[in-house]
Design a protein around this ligand. Structure first.
Ligand code: C5P
Length: 380
């Protein structure tokens, strides 16, 4: 292990939890999935659990008009996920086509509006994420399941936009007999009203949630923005994002992550550390394991690297930080701030670490993603 990067450490003591709520069709599922993949953490789709219970009671002749019968039936169910991430009830996988069927969607309120069912499912949801880093998605993730989440997001989109996306999704799946746009929008508004009006676990915007309206944003852009907020809340995320997505290799100095195979014998390297001790999660003071500089970075679409740098041992000089290919630096003494350079220069320290300069243009998609990431750090 000598020379290899060790993940984890004191700042990991409190795992990063990102809770995402929002109305039906806002893109929560896709965004939560991609974000969790990108950060290398668990994703918990709580809607799938409500869906699976509903499918189960419909299939097992439970008197669905009787809330007590529904509550008693659901209370006896163990709902969790198999290795492939498929929801299962009492160990039995519940197929996607079934749990996402219009019938289940139409009947789901019998479980979701039932306080006893909610209490039972919330307890199981909390057990699934206990002690783990996760993206938890639902209607009550920020308010009930994970009120302590480090990042809370209310992912929104206008009803018209959500209806357009839904319809496009169904068309792409080749579904026939599709309702018209107005009908889809009306159904979405009706589901919103129901999700907002329920007595327990209603969909609301938590006071400290980030309200992100995704009209006009691509999934990648939303994910990039949330990744940036996650990094702000817990800089360790960067290390995971980088280390999980690219090769973690032997480096010349302990504490460096080699992020890509570059030209030359040592490849490109990215030092990871945190520039702002006062922003440490849970007050962990010493995050710095690199001695050559203070910066951290994330990988944009697997290619470009965004480095967030603090001042190094030689403060005050932007060029005291190594410039990697396609690197932007966000620099401030003791704090996050922005200074962006589109073109890198290479410094002695970087050369010491074997970083070679190479410039390449970003693709349009990378630029769009970068813009989202930077928007978080460069408030207007
Ligand atoms: O997220 P999804 O659309 O699959 O959720 C289906 C329904 O389950 C929602 O409309 C909502 O009524 C219910 N639900 C809930 N609480 C959650 C997740 C889903 O009430 N945490």
């Amino acid at each position: 292990m000598d020379g290899m990067v060790r993940l984890g450490g004191p700042a990991m003591a409190r795992p990063l939890v990102i809770a995402i709520d929002g109305p039906a069709g806002a893109g929560k599922s896709t965004v939560a999935k991609r974000l969790a993949e990108r950060l290398g953490i668990l994703r918990l789709d709580t809607g799938a659990m409500y869906r699976a219970c509903t499918a189960w009671i419909l299939a097992h002749g439970v008197a669905r008009d009787d809330p007590q019968a529904v509550a008693a039936a659901v209370a006896a169910l163990r709902v969790d996920f198999d290795e492939q991430g498929r929801v299962q009830v009492n160990g039995e996988a519940q197929p996607e086509e079934l749990i996402r069927s219009p019938r289940v969607t139409a009947e789901i309120w019998r479980v979701a509006d039932n306080p006893a069912c909610r209490a039972h499912l919330v307890a199981q949801q909390r057990a699934i994420v206990a002690g783990r880093a996760a993206v938890v998605e639902g209607r009550d993730a920020t308010t009930v399941i994970c009120p302590e989440a480090q990042l809370k997001v209310y992912l929104d989109a206008s009803p018209a936009e959500r209806a357009r996306r839904r319809l496009a999704e169904w068309q792409a799946e080749g579904r026939r007999d599709l309702p018209d746009l107005a009908q889809v929008e009306a159904d979405i508004r009706a589901r919103d009203a129901r999700d907002r009006a329920r007595a327990v676990g209603a969909l609301t915007i938590a006071d400290d949630a980030l309200h992100l309206v995704s009209d006009g944003l691509s999934v990648e852009e939303v994910v990039a923005r949330l990744a940036a907020y996650a990094v702000q809340r817990n800089p360790f995320v960067l290390e995971r994002a980088v280390a999980d997505q690219v090769l973690v290799g032997r480096s010349r100095q302990a504490g460096y992550v080699r992020v890509a195979e570059g030209v030359g014998s040592h490849g490109w390297q990215l030092g990871l550390s945190n520039p702002s001790p006062d922003r440490m999660p849970d007050g962990v003071a010493d995050f710095t394991r690199n001695h050559g500089g203070r910066q951290a970075g994330t990988v944009l679409q697997g290619m470009a690297i965004l480095a967030l740098g603090g001042r190094g041992e030689d403060p005050g000089r932007i060029d005291a930080l190594p410039m990697l290919p396609q690197t932007w630096y966000i620099i401030e003494p003791g704090c996050w701030h922005a200074v962006i350079q589109e073109h890198g220069t290479i410094c002695a320290w970087a050369e010491d670490c074997g970083i070679r300069e190479e410039r390449r243009a970003l693709s349009a998609a990378q630029r769009r993603e970068l813009a989202q990431f930077l928007a978080v750090y460069l408030p207007k």
